[in-house]
Structures are given as C-alpha cells and as structure tokens.
Design a protein around this ligand. Sequence first.
Ligand code: GLY
Length: 387
Amino acid sequence: MVVGGGIIGLVTAWRAAGRGLRTAVVDPEPGGGAARVAAGMLAAVTELHYGEETLLGLNLASAARYPDFAAELAGASGEELGYRTCGTLAVALDADDRAHLRELHAFQQRHGLVSEWLTGRECRRLEPMLAPGVRGGLRVDGDHQIDPRRLAKALVVACERAGVTFHRQWARRLDVSAGRARGVTLADGVALSAGQTVLAAGSLSGRLDGVPENVLPPVRPVKGQVVRLTVPASHAPFLSRTVRAVVRGSALYLVPRENGELVVGATSEEMGWDTTVTAGGVYELLRDAHELVPGITELPLTETLAGLRPCSPDNAPALGPTSLPGLQVATGHFRNGVLLTPVTGEIMAHALTTGELPPEAGAFGPSRFTGDSGAPTVAPTVLEQSV
Ligand code: GLY
C-alpha cells in the first residue's frame, strides 16, 4: 500500500507491481501533488549545492537512468512524456552572479562534472533572446528536462496497466497493532490492510495520524511559485534549452517545452502550508526573467501556480524501511523529486522485496533523522504479500 499518488508514490507502486507485489495507491487525486507545479528540470549539475555532495551521487545515478526509464514508461503507458535532451545554460547578469557561477564551475570540476565556461557573447550565440548584458555562463549539455504533468499521467496509466489498485481518497490514519504497521484507514472509515505501507505523501508525509512520533519523517513544505507562458509559433524558437540564473540571490529558471510552454520558476519560501499565488511572487519572477530574457513580456501568460516541495533537514530524501515493521517511507525529495523519480522507483522496489536498501541508497535511510536503529522490515514473499 502506497500512501500518496504523486510521482514518487506512483513510481514506487509501478516498480513494486513490476516485481510481482500486489499494490495499491491511496490518494484523492493520483498524479497531482508537487509535480503539477514543478518545471521538470533534470539538473544534477547546474543545481549542485554546497553540502549536498552525497545527494549528488544519487542525482547523477537517477539522471543516468532517465533515457531508459523514459522509454520504458512511454512504452508501458502509451503516453508522451515531454522528455527533452536539450541541455541547460546557466548565465550571470552581473559581476556578483559571475563570481558565483565561477565558483559553481570550480565546484563542478572538483566533482568531475562536465560543464563549459562561456563568455557572454558565446551565451547569446547559443540563445539569441538573452539580454545583451549577460556576463558569461556555464553550458551543461547533460542537464535535461521532462514535463512533470505528463510524467505523472504516464505513471498513473502505467500503474493501472500493471494492476495497481487506486483508492481515490485521503488516508485518515496508519493502522498499527502489535508493533507493526498493518495498512491504513481511509477517510470514509474503510480499513485497508497491507503487508507493507509506504508513506510517500510529499510534504504531507509527516502528518499522517497513527505514525509513531519516532518514525515520522521530518519533512516540511517549502513553497514554490511558478508562472507559465506560451511561446506562439510566430516567436519560436524562443529558447532552445533551459536557461537559469541567480538574480539578486534568487534562483531563476526558464524551461522551454517542445509544445511551446515556457515555465518560469521558482520562488523558495518557508510559508508553512500556504499555497497562495502572490502578486509579489509573480512580480519577482517576471521582473527577474525580464532582465534575463527581455522578450518574455510579449508572451501570453497562461498560468500561475504555487506548490510545496517536501524538504528534509539535509535536503535529501528519506527512503526505505523505518524502525516500525511494515512501514517504509519515500519522501523528502525537495528540489529533486522529478530528477530522482527513476532511481527512487528502483530503490523502493528493492526495499519492498528484500527489506533492505540497495548499497547506492545506504546514506538515505530514514533512521538518519529519527535516530532509530532503522531495523529492516520483514522481507515479504513476492506475490503473497500486498504493498
Ligand atoms: N528544482 C527546482 C526547484 O525546486 O525550484
């Protein structure tokens, strides 16, 4: 049983079903959640942050899986995913941004990552819509993008085709008896039993009633506001790859889809559960995007939206068995949920069928936050256990 039908819960269910586990997903609106707002950058290299070196390994592992994962999911679902291997250009608008980008470049090089320093002129040769004042940039041909809404839809279809059952309701509480998680009770009072329950409810993962305090994953919501524009055929090609920058200390990105959508994001706000789209948030995104690509003011504005990133204390996900037998988690993916979808599916399928994390995920167990022993759950017998 997977609680949460966002992309992380869905990929967990899809991969678990693929391993022969009888699987169900509980969510009032499968395919919703943070992926409805996310831009879908697969930016392991350009979104590298100090202190996240361990996470980098997982991000790169997932990025490397993307081509095969996307092909397999497209085949299994019959859906187009909007996966685009277009690369990314990170640019600097002033001397401070340039210094920051130079540092990022050196940091990337220390980790053996592939990125190339370009002058402002070289940046504009690649992307002629960039402002004349661009001072330099980093070309990262390995950072791509996918359309998260299409990804979510494809995962729902793939799950359905793999025999996953959907319960389109909220989970009211985790049912625990005799020291073991036994499934969940739904909002309508119906109890669903399961050999194993996976808590994959994004930023809500820390709020399910019945989960013992010492195993609750410490995730918190970090709000992101995003605007969507449309590039009319008369203005195409507007941008040929993802363009990003740090403007006045805030990360900004423009993600151009093949279908003409241009996603501009994102704010990063510690505002609790608030998902209000504010005039200030939209103003700042458009102001900064206009400095970077002045021509955006001519494009139709089609959507404004805010979502909640599930953030953990070290910005990395919590994956696999908790110290409560029968309960696993897959949450806390923060800025990297879309990027980490392929590897999370594999890790969780492994954890559900063996009771252990695979070696590549050893650093991401939930017990690093709770201080529990993280004792593995009893390994289920494939086909006889339900998830
Ligand atoms: N990964 C982009 C964001 O979290 O805004």
